[in-house]
Design a protein around this ligand. Structure first.
Ligand code: FAD
Length: 446
């Protein structure tokens, strides 16, 4: 039945999703000489990095010895941002390492520039809906476009959709977050303008949390998370927040469950998130020094989704790997970020690696267990809930994406499956592209 829909693209490598992982994968595939197509349902690139957030974490390890652990495409992105305006390096509110805060509108343009310079064809407003699979090999995918349904063919696919949509439609195995353990909550971000920075700086984070708890316990405000944060941005008088908290999983009486991949659940979460954001705005204006004359200027373009589906890969990263700072022969990147669990309580739980230490991200955690020609990158990679809660920062998503894109191009050039890519050659290629792979190569941050 799918044959009746025209083929809109045929490429060596097709990447689904253009978040930090997918855009990096596209850039790496294009730079490696592959004919690459990047498919994105939104009207711009960047996913969570442009639609929800404004701060990269994961470039630096937290603690007293701050090491820079991600380079490559990530560095090019930061250089591109600096060329368009100021970026701010600032410590994370919860001690999770140095962040890089940028103007999200600039990042949309930076992703576009880098992807185009790499010779990648981009299809925006293009929504993956179906996969045609033969013995574990994806032959083609079906996408919804303004012109109707279309087919897209590729030799190798990268699933960087965050929600593992490609693996889901292909019938490959994954864990639905929440089914077997805890799941991270959802957050609608928002930005405030006309904030008096000096007055806001007169109280510390602990005091802000105390004010939140007081306002919430008085009953006048619906503030489920009492440890939310606000931070300065490169624009004077504008702050951004990560404060709201919405459930990301609902179990029904009949035993079925839904999450942010369910149309009704997602729609309600978007609307509830905006309603809740206005509650936090009210709290800030009524109770927080510096916000007395502040105004809401933007709600996140879409609700922030931390985890939905984690694909089963050839290896599954665990909390023990992360906290034990384990190295792997086939690692393609590093992570020093703590396990940051936005569970359904009023606080957020943090577990740290030893000071300055990193865990390796194994190539096998990007190789889809049930597939021959599919790699994953970003927040749907193969990990347990806890390990995912560490490795999902955007710098790590860029590192995973760069590796997946370069590996996909190698698989095409060598005529092998994703699984049979020569990992040592991949590691050398990534290093030449500026990626940081071995902990010895991570230098103390300037
Ligand atoms: C509220 C919140 C706060 C966070 N705070 C930080 C922070 O401060 N710093 C940090 O480094 N990390 C933070 N994280 C984590 C980090 O942002 C994410 O893990 C990371 O951005 C995920 O990148 P990704 O490329 O894997 O996925 P995404 O950024 O989610 O990108 C997936 C892309 O795929 C597209 N897509 C999905 N399905 C389809 C489909 N079927 N067809 C076509 N396109 C599709 C989406 O539109 C999107 O563009 C936060 C996450 C959340 C939710």
């Amino acid at each position: 039945m799918w044959d009746k829909f025209p083929v809109i693209a045929e490429a060596d490598v097709v990447i689904v999703g253009s978040g930090s992982a997918g855009s990096s994968a596209a850039i790496a595939a294009g730079r490696s000489g592959a004919d690459a197509v990047l498919i994105e349902k939104l009207p711009f690139l960047g996913g969570t990095s442009t639609a929800v957030l404004d701060t990269f974490y994961g470039f630096f390890t937290p603690g007293n010895v701050s090491k820079k652990v991600v380079g490559g495409v990530g560095d090019d992105v930061v250089t591109g941002l600096k060329a368009l305006g100021p970026v701010i390096r600032r410590p994370n509110t919860f001690g999770a390492g140095m962040g890089i805060t940028y103007v999200a509108e600039h990042l949309k343009v930076v992703w576009e520039r880098l992807v185009r310079e790499a010779g990648v064809r981009v299809l925006l407003h293009t929504f993956l809906q179906h996969a045609i699979v033969n013995n574990g090999w994806v032959d083609e995918i079906v996408v919804a476009t303004k012109a109707g349904l279309r087919r897209v063919r590729a030799t190798v696919f990268v699933d960087a959709s965050g929600d593992a949509d490609l693996c889901h439609f292909a019938g490959f195995g994954y864990e639905r977050a929440g089914d077997a353990g805890p799941v991270q909550t959802l957050t609608t971000t928002f930005r405030m303008a006309n904030v008096d920075r000096a007055r806001r700086a007169s109280i510390d984070t602990k005091t802000l949390h105390g004010l939140m708890a007081e306002a919430a316990s008085g009953g006048g405000y619906d503030l489920p998370r009492r440890e939310g944060s606000d931070h300065i941005t490169p624009i004077d008088g504008v702050t951004a927040t990560i404060m709201t908290r919405l459930p990301s999983y609902e179990r029904h009486a009949d035993g079925t469950a839904v999450n942010a991949t369910d149309p009704d659940f997602l729609t309600n979460a978007e609307m509830d998130g905006r309603r809740q954001a206005l509650e936090y705005v009210r709290f800030l204006r009524d109770h927080t020094p510096g916000y007395e004359s502040a105004q809401l200027v933007a709600l996140g373009t879409q609700i922030g989704v931390r985890e939905t589906r984690r694909v089963y890969g050839d290896y599954r990263l665990t909390a023990e790997d992360v906290l034990g700072a384990v190295s792997f022969d086939d690692q393609i990147g590093l992570c020093g970020a703590p396990i940051e669990d936005h569970h359904e309580g009023t606080d957020t739980r943090w577990r740290y690696l030893p000071d300055g230490a990193t865990v390796g991200i194994p190539y096998r955690s990007l190789v889809v267990r049930d597939a021959g020609n599919v790699l994953v990158g970003g927040r749907c990679f193969s990990a347990t809930h806890d390990a995912h809660a560490s490795v999902r920062s955007m710098a790590q998503c860029m590192a995973m994406g760069q590796a997946a894109g370069a590996a996909a191009a190698m698989a095409v050039a060598d005529g092998v499956s994703a699984r049979d890519v020569d990992v040592h050659r991949l590691q050398s290629a990534l290093s030449r592209g500026g990626a940081i792979i071995e902990s010895d190569d991570a230098v103390v941050a300037p």
